[in-house]
Design a protein around this ligand. Structure first.
Ligand SMILES: Cc1cc2nc3c(=O)[nH]c(=O)nc-3n(C[C@H](O)[C@H](O)[C@H](O)COP(=O)(O)OP(=O)(O)OC[C@H]3O[C@@H](n4cnc5c(N)ncnc54)[C@H](O)[C@@H]3O)c2cc1C
Length: 489
C-alpha cells in the first residue's frame, strides 16, 4: 500500500516585495511531484507593501519606491524570469544629474562627486557648494593617516566623514546625500552596514579620495562609462546594460502585479497574524490570526518589519523579540504634486534635489519624477515628489496632510519659484517604514540570526536586516524560499 505524504506547508507572513519574491521563488523551485502548500498572509487589503503606483489624470504616481539600483542583480534577474524585462526603463539620459540646496538655492552636485568625495578635479574646485577652507580640508583626506584597526571597525557616517573629509563635506553633502537615502540620523547610521566600501577604501588605500580616483581610472579603462552602466557580468543577466537606476514603464507596480498574478492562488489578503507558537512536539508552528482562527505551518517566513516580527514572537521567544525590537524605524511621507510645465519657472534640468539639515527646510528631498523617468506626466505637465519626516524631523511626519502640503509648497516656492497651486497632490504616509541601520547593526543582526536559528522552521526576511533596497528585499525573500526547501528544513 502506498503511503500518502502530507504536503509540507510553508507560510509567508507579509505581502510586500519580500514576501511576494519568496512565494514566487517557492513556486519556481517546486518540482511537480513535490507535495507542497504555500500560503502568503497579508494583513492589509493589497499586496506590494511600500511599493504602490497609482494613476490619475494621465500622471503615474509612485507612493513608495520609484526605482531600484541596477548594480545589484536580483531585481533585473527577477524581471527577466517573469518575462517583464522589456518593460524596464532607464532614467532619462538627458538630465542625469541632481542638485543640492546651499543657502536657499539649488546648486548642481559637481560632476564626478560620488556621495562622499570628488572623483574629478575641476568640477570639485569650481563648485560653490564648499568654501575654499572646506575644499582644502577635504583634500587633507589624501594625507590623514588611516584609523588604527581596533577590531570593531564600525563607525557612524557622521564621525567617518568629519574625521576624513571635514565638517563641510559632512553637513553640505554626505548628510543629505546618504542620510537622505536612509532618512536616517547620520550620527547613528552605521557605515559598515550601509556603505562598507568607504571603510574599506580607507583601510586599503589610506584615503577615500585616492581610492575613488583609482576606481574611476580602472572603470574608465574598462567601460569608458564611469558609474553610468552596470555590466551584464555584474547583474548576472545577459542582454542590455542599464543606467544606474531603473523602473518599469508603468511604475514599480508592474513588478508587484506580475508577481502577484503568479502567486495569486497562494495569497490571502486581510489576514493578519497576531502570534506564533511552536507545537508541543516542537516541529510545527501555530499561527494565530487576528480573527481568532489559526493556521498550522511546517515552515514560517516572516517577511515583515522587525518590530512586527518581535510582536508575533513575544510569547515564544522573549529574547529574540527583544533583539528584534532594537532595530529602530523612521517614518516618511511622500507628497506627489502635479503641475502644468508653464507654472514652474525652474529649468528642471536634473532628477531632483536633496536638502541638507543645516538649511532648516521642511522637505528632505524632491524628485523631478517626470524628468527622471518617461511616462510619469502628460505632455506639457510635470510631476514632482517631495519627502518629509525621517529620523531627523519625526515631528513633521505627525502633521496633518494640509499642513504637510503647505510646508512643501512653501519650500518649492523658495527653491523652484513655484507659486501656483498644484493641479492635485497625493500625500502618502509610511509609518515606521525605513529600518535604521545604526552603529552595531551587523552585530545585532548576527545575534538575531543566531537566536532565530534555534527555532526550527523559522526564517526572518525583509528590509530590516541585510539591505533595504528593492533588490536586497528580493534577495532576502528568495533566500528564504531556498531555505524552506532545503532537505533539512
Ligand atoms: C518612501 C519610501 C521610498 C523608497 N524608495 C526606494 C527606492 O526608490 N528604491 C529602493 O530600492 N528602495 C526604496 N525604498 C525601500 C524599499 O521600498 C523597501 O525596503 C521594501 O519595499 C520593503 O519591502 P518588504 O516586503 O520587506 O516590506 P513592506 O513593504 O513593509 O511589506 C511588509 C508587508 O507585511 C504586511 N504585514 C505586516 N505585519 C503583518 C502581519 N502581522 N500579518 C500579515 N501581514 C503583515 C504589511 O501590511 C506589508 O504589506 C523606499 C522605502 C520607502 C518607505
Amino acid at each position: 500500500m502506498q503511503v500518502q505524504r502530507q504536503p509540507k506547508r510553508i507560510v509567508i507572513i507579509g505581502g510586500g516585495i519580500t514576501g511576494l519574491a519568496a512565494a514566487h521563488r517557492l513556486l519556481e523551485l517546486t518540482k511537480s511531484d513535490q507535495p507542497l502548500e504555500v500560503l502568503l498572509l497579508e494583513g492589509s487589503s493589497r499586496v506590494g507593501g511600500v511599493l504602490k503606483t497609482t494613476e490619475r489624470d494621465g500622471f503615474l504616481i509612485e507612493a513608495g519606491a520609484d526605482s531600484f539600483i541596477s548594480d545589484k542583480p536580483e531585481a533585473i534577474a527577477l524581471a527577466h524570469r517573469l518575462g517583464i524585462s522589456s518593460r524596464l526603463i532607464e532614467t532619462n539620459e538627458n538630465h542625469r544629474r541632481s542638485f543640492i540646496v546651499r543657502k536657499g538655492r539649488l546648486r548642481p552636485v559637481p560632476d564626478g562627486f560620488q556621495l562622499l568625495a570628488p572623483t574629478r578635479f575641476w568640477p570639485f574646485v569650481t563648485t560653490d557648494i564648499f568654501s575654499w577652507p572646506g575644499k582644502a580640508r577635504m583634500a587633507l583626506d589624501l594625507i590623514i593617516p588611516k584609523r588604527a584597526a581596533n577590531g570593531d571597525d564600525d563607525e557612524s557616517l557622521a564621525e567617518f566623514v568629519r574625521r576624513r573629509l571635514g565638517r563641510e563635506a559632512f553637513e553640505r553633502m554626505a548628510q543629505p546625500m546618504i542620510g537622505g537615502i536612509y532618512t536616517a540620523d547620520p550620527e547613528k547610521l552605521s557605515l559598515r552596514a550601509t556603505l562598507p566600501r568607504f571603510l574599506d577604501m580607507e583601510k586599503n588605500h589610506g584615503s577615500v579620495i585616492r581610492a575613488m580616483w583609482k576606481q574611476r581610472r580602472n572603470t574608465t579603462l574598462v567601460s569608458g562609462a564611469m558609474g553610468k552602466k552596470s555590466s551584464s557580468a555584474e547583474t548576472g543577466v545577459s542582454g542590455p546594460r542599464y543606467s544606474l537606476f531603473l523602473s518599469f514603464d508603468r511604475g514599480m507596480q508592474v513588478l508587484v502585479d506580475e508577481l502577484s498574478a503568479r502567486v495569486q492562488d497562494q495569497i490571502r489578503l486581510n489576514t493578519r497574524a497576531e502570534s506564533l507558537s511552536l507545537s508541543e512536539c516542537g516541529t510545527t508552528w501555530n499561527i494565530r490570526l487576528t480573527d481568532r482562527t489559526s493556521i498550522e505551518a511546517d515552515f514560517v517566513c516572516l517577511a515583515i518589519p522587525a518590530y512586527a516580527a518581535a510582536a508575533l514572537l513575544q510569547e515564544t521567544d522573549a529574547e529574540l523579540s527583544h533583539l528584534l525590537n532594537q532595530i529602530e524605524y523612521a517614518s516618511t511621507a511622500t507628497i506627489n504634486l502635479a503641475y502644468r510645465r508653464v507654472d514652474i519657472p525652474h529649468a528642471l534640468d536634473g532628477f531632483g534635489f536633496v536638502v541638507p539639515f543645516i538649511e532648516s527646510r521642511s522637505i528632505l528631498a524632491c524628485t523631478f519624477s517626470s524628468v527622471k523617468f518617461a511616462g510619469r506626466a502628460p505632455e506639457e505637465h510635470v510631476l514632482l515628489r517631495a519627502f518629509l519626516g525621517g529620523a531627523l524631523q519625526p515631528h513633521l511626519f505627525e502633521l496633518g496632510e494640509d499642513e504637510m502640503l503647505r510646508r512643501v509648497r512653501e519650500d518649492l516656492r523658495d527653491l523652484l519659484g513655484l507659486v501656483k497651486p498644484p493641479l492635485f497632490s497625493v500625500v502618502q504616509k509610511w509609518r515606521r517604514s525605513m529600518p535604521q541601520y545604526h552603529v552595531g547593526h551587523l552585530d545585532l543582526v548576527s545575534r538575531i540570526r543566531a537566536r532565530a536559528q534555534t527555532l526550527p522552521g523559522l526564517h526572518l526576511a525583509g528590509n530590516s536586516y541585510g539591505g533595504a533596497g528593492v533588490p536586497d528585499c528580493i534577495r532576502s525573500g528568495e533566500a528564504a524560499a531556498e531555505k524552506a526547501l532545503a532537505p533539512n528544513q
